[in-house]
Design a protein around this ligand. Structure first.
Ligand SMILES: CC(C)(COP(=O)(O)OP(=O)(O)OC[C@H]1O[C@@H](n2cnc3c(N)ncnc32)[C@H](O)[C@@H]1OP(=O)(O)O)[C@@H](O)C(=O)NCCC(=O)NCCS
Length: 159
């Protein structure tokens, strides 16, 4: 059965679900998200990620009901970085990747960003992350910096 994820803002009660999301992603996906090995999300990290209050940024989750439980299958967020910039990141559970969810979530972030005074979303993408590079280019992001390991892409939120 194909489940259609529901998208909603993250809540403080989601910390455990975010730990589970990370645990159910491949090492490669974890690495692409955090730019470092991240086999387990620590409780303090999960609390931080679940605590976005809408002032310092936006965090959306996509959820499905599995075995009678609500589970998070994707997380997409941006944190304000000053001067009209915000840094965005996404994590889609592997079995939900490649179905358009990343495109949909990034689209929502781009719609919400101007309301928080964000003119530019930044995406720090490891150079071999072909899926995220494709997604960034699809929304019109352009490379603005390269540190030898990752490429910083920027996309204007003013359409
Ligand atoms: C990168 C990621 C967010 C993409 O989300 P997604 O839901 O899988 O992407 P979509 O289905 O919306 O597809 C987006 C683009 O990626 C491409 N893509 C998807 N999976 C791919 C794969 N495994 N290899 C190559 N390209 C892929 C799609 O073809 C599409 O490109 P197009 O617009 O040229 O057709 C998701 O795979 C993920 O969470 N990866 C691990 C964490 C990560 O890389 N986070 C980004 C940190 S900035």
């Amino acid at each position: 059965m194909t489940l259609t994820p529901q998208i909603r803002p993250v809540s403080a009660a989601d910390a455990g679900r975010l730990v589970e999301l990370n645990a159910r992603c491949s090492e490669r996906a974890q690495y692409f998200r955090f730019h470092a090995p991240k086999p387990r999300l620590r409780a303090v990290e999960a609390d931080y990620l679940a605590g976005v209050d809408g002032r310092g940024g936006v965090a959306l989750v996509a959820t499905v009901i599995e075995d009678g439980e609500e589970r998070i299958v994707a997380d997409a967020r941006f944190d304000l970085a000053g001067d009209g910039d915000a840094e965005a990141a996404l994590l889609i559970r592997d079995d939900f990747a490649g179905r358009g969810l990343g495109t949909q979530l990034l689209g929502h972030l781009l719609e919400l960003a101007p309301g928080l005074g964000v003119h530019r979303l930044l995406l720090d993408i490891l150079a071999d992350n072909t899926a995220m590079l494709a997604l960034a280019r699809r929304v019109g992001a352009e490379p603005v910096a390269f540190d030898g390991r990752s490429v910083l892409y920027a996309v204007s939120t003013v359409r």
